[in-house]
Every structure is written in structure tokens, then in C-alpha cells.
Design a protein around this ligand. Structure first.
Ligand code: RAM
Length: 393
């Protein structure tokens, strides 16, 4: 039971340098392996830990009222912490990912629906097939008409959705973002997968190591307006300003729009347009998988390094055939689960989304809301040929 209790602590690891990143990476290799071997069992064990802690808490709480007298209990303006965690009956939560046909989003919203089931909430997933903000609008409007208790959104643009989200909020619908944020006035809580700065900087660090800090590099991103990718790219560009990267040159940022075929064609275009290209960073699971597929059968295999963010199941064959050495990702299912818990607690009136508030995120333990309403899931895992077979998502 102990190792699974330990997982509650894991998300506090927030490396900011590559050295820290390596330490965290090795720590995580162990923790995720435990979780990956049987996630359900892990969750149950965590719940058992939580239940035991709750029983201890209840016993402790019992001693206090006896000591201070029954009259004080009746007059007490406060309630024991666990009472504030109850989820309102009859909640309905809608999840709108960036697009519905991306395996990443399927895993993510699968985690959201699992949380809804645990909490007795009616959850549903709706969304467009292309990752554009304009395509998300009609889904937001329909969810308002359906009087959902909360909308959990992965935003395809930081600003374009604001008028629709403020309509939702004006009607008492709670808005939470996950994976890709809006401007902060658009939502109450943003569940971020990891520190954005760490994601951006570590991608550059990973690629630099593979190409010996020399040569032309390109980024193959998702859509041009994606809040998450653009934030990470901002940190990548900042990282590249450091003296150790003086011999590396970012030649362009291409956009595959989180569309498999477009990402494939963009990869081909990059290689043709930049004959001295030595590396590609693709901070999108769709992009990196398509780029790896292109490289795996091209003469550039082994000559152009590819790093980024990918799912182990989509990348396994390209790690095994030597196209890709290292890539990273968090657990998309845990991110979806966390966002569902945050939305449920907001819609139950247990939290308001203020900095410092703590809420129960079920099997992930208690989570505290940080600055600007941001809740962080935890650092990503780095996948290599040595550990990729321990993961199945
Ligand atoms: C794609 C999406 C998603 C991003 C991952 C890494 O699936 O763009 O938003 O978080 O990649």
C-alpha cells in the first residue's frame, strides 16, 4: 500500500533545470511504473489510504466537540473539512476537448468520465473534429442551453471563446479549462498538465543533447492559436537565447493543426525546405507521431533528431525502430480526471477557485489552487527504449 500513498506527493516535484529534470525523471520512472502496472488497483489503494486518513480525522474531530461542550458544537460556524467535500446531487458536466478524434483527447476525457462515474455525476464529451475555436462555439452554446452545471474546456484559442464563456458564467455555469487555457477571465480554474516553463525549456534541452548543441532546428506545432503550444514555444525561444545554444538556430515554426495528414506533409515540407535541418521539436502528440512516421521511412531517419510530446502507444514503434530516442508526456487521463474533480467541487460550491483553496481530487489526493486559479497535475514522464514498455496509453 505504501508506494501508492507516495504517489500523492509526486506532483510536488517541479524541476526547473535539466539537472532537476533528470532527477525527477528517474524518480518518476519508478512511480509511474507502479501506477502503470495496474492503475485501477493503484486508484483503489489510494482510496483506501484516503479512507483510512478520513477515519482517523473523524475520530480526532470527535474528541474536540466533547472537550468544548455540546452547546459550542451547535453554535459552531465552521464545519469539518470533509463535509465541504460533498458533491451536490444531480450535477451535469460537459467536457469539450480541442477536437474529438485525437487519441490524446480520447484518453484525457476518458479520465474525466471516470471521475464523473466515481462522483455520481452525469458526464458527457462533445466537441468538433477539427481543433479550431470557431468549431467549439456551437458546442459551448448548446451546453449553455442544456443548463450543464459546468463546462470543462480545452481551448483552441485564448480569446476567441471569451464572449461565449462569459455567457455561460452569467447563467451560473462553472467554467474550468484543462490542457489549453483561455485568458484567465474566461474560466475559474485552469488544470495545467505541468509547469509550462519546464515543458518548454526541457524540450530544447532534450533536443540539444541529441544534436550536440549544433545545427538548424524547427518546431512542428499544433494550431497557430493553441494556448498551450504557444506558451511552451515562448519558453523554448527563451531557452534558446542562452549561450549554450549559440550554435543552434530555430529556422521556423510549422503548424500541423493537430491533423495527422497535415502534420505529415508539414514534416516533409520542413525537410525539403531546410536541407541543414538537424532536429525537430513537436510539442503535440499528433505532430510527433506523424513526424516520426514520415522520418521512419525517409533517408533522414537517424540524421534528423525528433523530440516532443507523445503518447507511448503512438510512439512505441518509432522508439523501437530508432527514429526517436526520447519524448515526454504526462498522464492525459489523470489530467482529465483532475479537471472533472475541480469542476465538480466548484459546481458543488465547495471551492470558489481562489488561490490557496484545497480540494479533493479523488485518487490524485488533495490539490491546492495556485496563482491565477491554476492547478498543476505534475511533471511529465520521459519515455525511452528502456521504459516505454511499462506504459500503455
Ligand atoms: C496534442 C494536443 C494537446 C497537447 C498534447 C501534448 O494532443 O495539442 O493539447 O497537450 O498534444
Amino acid at each position: 500500500m505504501k508506494p501508492h500513498c507516495r504517489l500523492i506527493q509526486k506532483p510536488n516535484l517541479e524541476p526547473t533545470s535539466y539537472a532537476d529534470y533528470k532527477t525527477v525523471k528517474s524518480l518518476l520512472a519508478g512511480n509511474y511504473a507502479e501506477q502503470g502496472s495496474d492503475p485501477d488497483l493503484g486508484a483503489n489503494r489510494l482510496n483506501l489510504c484516503n479512507q483510512r486518513n478520513l477515519r482517523i480525522l473523524r475520530l480526532r474531530n470527535l474528541g474536540l466537540p466533547i472537550a468544548v461542550g455540546c452547546s459550542l458544537i451547535l453554535a459552531a460556524p465552521w464545519a469539518p473539512a470533509q463535509e465541504k467535500r460533498e458533491i451536490k446531487k444531480g450535477l451535469k458536466i460537459a467536457f469539450i476537448p480541442k477536437n474529438i478524434n485525437n487519441p490524446y483527447n480520447v484518453i484525457e476525457t476518458g479520465g474525466s468520465l471516470a471521475a464523473c462515474k466515481e462522483l455520481g455525476i452525469e458526464g458527457k464529451v462533445v466537441g468538433p473534429s477539427d481543433a479550431s475555436a470557431s468549431s467549439q462555439v456551437s458546442y459551448i452554446n448548446t451546453m449553455i442551453t442544456q443548463r450543464q452545471s459546468a463546462i470543462v474546456l480545452a481551448a483552441n484559442d485564448p480569446n476567441a471563446l471569451l464572449p461565449y464563456l462569459s455567457r455561460a458564467k452569467a447563467q451560473g455555469i462553472k467554467v474550468v479549462t484543462m490542457d489549453s487555457d483561455t485568458a484567465k477571465e474566461g474560466r475559474t480554474i485552469f488544470c495545467n498538465q505541468a509547469s509550462s516553463e519546464m515543458i518548454g525549456r526541457s524540450e530544447v534541452q532534450m533536443l540539444a543533447k541529441e544534436i550536440d548543441y549544433k545545427g538548424d532546428i524547427a518546431i512542428l506545432s499544433a494550431t497557430p492559436n493553441a494556448t498551450n503550444q504557444n506558451t511552451w514555444i515562448g519558453f523554448m525561444k527563451d531557452e534558446l537565447q542562452k549561450p549554450e545554444y549559440k550554435d543552434m538556430k530555430l529556422v521556423t515554426v510549422a503548424y500541423g493543426n493537430d491533423d495527422d495528414q497535415k502534420s505529415f506533409t508539414e514534416t516533409q515540407g520542413l525537410i525539403e525546405a531546410y536541407p541543414n535541418l538537424r532536429g525537430i521539436i513537436s510539442p503535440t502528440t499528433v505532430g510527433i507521431a506523424a513526424a516520426a512516421r514520415y522520418l521512419s521511412t525517409s533517408p533522414s531517419k537517424g540524421k534528423i533528431a525528433l523530440v516532443g510530446l507523445g503518447t507511448p502507444n503512438q510512439m512505441r514503434q518509432f522508439v523501437k525502430d530508432g527514429t526517436v530516442k526520447e519524448f515526454a508526456l504526462w498522464s492525459p487521463a489523470d489530467l482529465g480526471y483532475l479537471a472533472a474533480c475541480a469542476a465538480a467541487q466548484l459546481a458543488s460550491g465547495n471551492i470558489q477557485g481562489k488561490e490557496g483553496e484545497t480540494f479533493s481530487a479523488g485518487k490524485l489526493g488533495d490539490r491546492t489552487i495556485g496563482k491565477d486559479g491554476v492547478v498543476i497535475l505534475g511533471p511529465p514522464t520521459v519515455f525511452t527504449a528502456d521504459n516505454i514498455d511499462q506504459f500503455n496509453f
